[in-house]
Design a protein around this ligand. Structure first.
Ligand SMILES: [Zn+2]
Length: 223
């Protein structure tokens, strides 16, 4: 460990995730959304106050309310299982046996170490073992797990795990390429860099299957 850094600073700057499950406390949903918003509102107000901002200014006075609503209902809405999309699947009646790739899914998430945006694309693929899932469900499940304080590695794994469960197959893969604003806009300030993470289950561990998936992702399409 570097000198002069607390453990928290050291882990935070290195973006180390500690678990593939989001670290939630057991009492995470003791409070309802309205109670959470009321408390967050109060705390954001205090942060702004400490920074010396004039909270009576017309431009600022609504900010604590807007931030609390955004945290609970939007960007961290994926913490609450009640917001999870229904993962209904269907019988693979047309017997399509090749891989299906849903690519360029927009990812808007939030780095859990800095609470700054992660913006990028997810590419998800599966090979049916008899069940199929609605295409937009793949986008929805990406969005659900993205709407949490996240590390990109965990997000990638959570998407794969959830689809494996729903589709009852190991043959699921996900690649995410994303920019982290905590890297691009502060700290090292590298605006060009992006982070790629991947999780390959079942048949996707095979070199040829993996290569096929990665080739589809590269396909350029101007529609
Ligand atoms: Zn960060």
């Amino acid at each position: 460990m570097k000198e002069n850094l607390t453990e928290i600073e050291y882990i935070g700057d290195n973006h180390v995730g500690t678990s593939s499950d989001t670290p939630l406390r057991e009492d995470a949903f003791m409070l309802n959304d309205d109670e959470k918003m009321r408390l967050i509102n109060k705390n954001v107000y205090e942060i702004m106050e400490v920074l010396g901002l004039d909270l009576t200014d017309d431009s600022l006075k609504g900010t604590p309310h807007r931030v609390s609503k955004m945290f609970v209902q939007e960007i961290f809405g994926g913490l609450n299982p009640k917001n999870k999309p229904k993962m209904s699947t269907f019988e693979n009646k047309y017997k399509y046996g090749e891989m299906l790739v849903e690519k360029n899914i927009t990812v808007y998430s939030t780095c859990e170490h800095h609470l700054l945006p992660i913006v990028g694309r997810a590419h998800v693929a599966y090979i049916s073992s008899g069940r199929v899932i609605g295409l937009s469900k793949m986008n929805r499940i990406v969005d659900y797990f993205a709407k949490r304080p996240q590390v990109q590695e965990r997000l990638t794994m959570q998407i794969v795990k959830e689809l494996q469960k729903a589709l009852d197959t190991e043959d699921v893969a996900c690649v995410i390429d994303a920019k982290h604003l905590c890297v691009n806009s502060r700290g090292i300030r590298d605006i060009e860099s992006s982070t790629v993470t991947s999780e390959f289950g079942g048949q996707f561990k095979d070199q040829n299957v993996r290569r096929e998936f990665l080739d589809y992702i590269k396909l350029k399409a101007d529609f």
